[in-house]
Design a protein. Structure first.
Length: 312
């Protein structure tokens, strides 16, 4: 692993000491998804249950020399059936996480959010990227860049709380969340600034707990101390944020991809708010990023067990 993956490497090394996380790998029917699951299993991060068409998985493994002899296969004829079967494994207590294989995210999430047979909790489901940015001295959580398109204020409460809980699961010494907008001042013409201010007041009233939260903050004064000083922002979060909450999915997607493609960052992905953590990977993900996503899920599951309640 390259030195620039130092934050991920520490995360993965720590999680090797934890029990392997029983994980339903949904429809691992192309090389990267099957290899990623097997690699994570070899490192002791997950104990995979391969859910999908048996013959296709076995022929894929044989074609690419991937040894899957030690892992159970739950036969499901197609991707939709695999998603349903994987969710049922969680409901039966046989899996403590889901991992997306070669099916569309929407197809997997449709089974997760079903009212009677899914994995809903009282918490809104949301996505977090845990980003390893080479020039930033700590891991950055960015939310939500993959699930909630234009979240309401009510939904943002859960999105923020999910991210805060993730920060604690990742053992951040202090969770410092910045509610991002285009400006650090409240402007009635920019709705996200008003919602940021409302979220901060909800923190004051203990409706959101577990973090230092400030907003609205522009990106520069959220992560750069000098930018915050120039703007004379007196805040324990400004310049030091380790959670960035974006106004909507478009902003989050652009921010995460900008960091990836312009700053050389890697982005481990996880969905929170369901009964178990859901590992979302992309075919473009490096092996290190896939392993980091599994490690993040292992820590979320550990926090969930220790709390005796659902946190992700």
């Amino acid at each position: 692993m390259e030195a620039r993956h130092a934050k991920y490497q520490r995360l993965i090394e720590y999680c090797k000491s934890l029990p392997a996380l029983p994980t339903a790998v949904v429809h691992p029917c192309e090389r990267s998804s099957l290899e990623g699951a097997v690699e994570a299993a070899k490192m002791g991060l997950i104990a995979p249950l391969l859910v999908g068409p048996r013959s296709r998985i076995e022929s894929l493994a044989a074609e690419h020399g991937i040894d899957i002899s030690g892992y159970p296969i739950i036969d499901a004829p197609f991707s939709h059936a695999a998603a349903a079967a994987a969710v049922q494994l969680v409901r039966e207590g046989k899996a403590e996480a889901l991992m997306k294989g070669s099916l569309h995210t929407d197809e997997l999430m449709a089974e997760v959010v079903k009212r009677d047979t899914g994995l809903r909790t009282a918490r809104r489901i949301s996505h977090c990227f845990v980003m390893d940015v080479p020039q930033y001295d700590q891991a950055l959580i960015i939310t939500d860049a993959a699930v909630n398109i234009t979240p309401t204020l009510e939904e943002k409460v859960d999105i923020l709380q999910n991210a805060i809980d993730l920060g604690h699961a990742l053992q951040f010494p202090e969770v410092r969340a910045a509610i991002l907008s285009a400006t650090e001042t409240v402007n009635p013409k920019v709705p996200s600034t008003i919602e940021a201010a409302a979220l901060c007041k909800m923190v004051d009233r203990q409706q959101i707990t577990g973090a230092l939260v400030d907003g609205p903050l522009a990106l520069d004064n959220a992560i750069n101390l000098e930018a915050a000083r120039i703007k004379q922002i007196d805040s324990p979060v400004a310049g030091r944020a380790n959670v960035l909450m974006v106004p909507d999915l478009e902003a989050g997607n652009m921010l995460a991809k900008s960091l990836s493609f312009l700053a050389g960052a890697d982005a481990a992905g996880i969905v929170l708010g369901a009964r178990v953590p859901i590992i979302l990977t992309s075919r473009a993900d490096s092996v290190t990023t896939r392993l980091a996503s599994c490690a993040v899920a292992a820590l979320v599951a550990k926090a969930r067990r220790e709390a005796g309640k659902i946190v992700g």
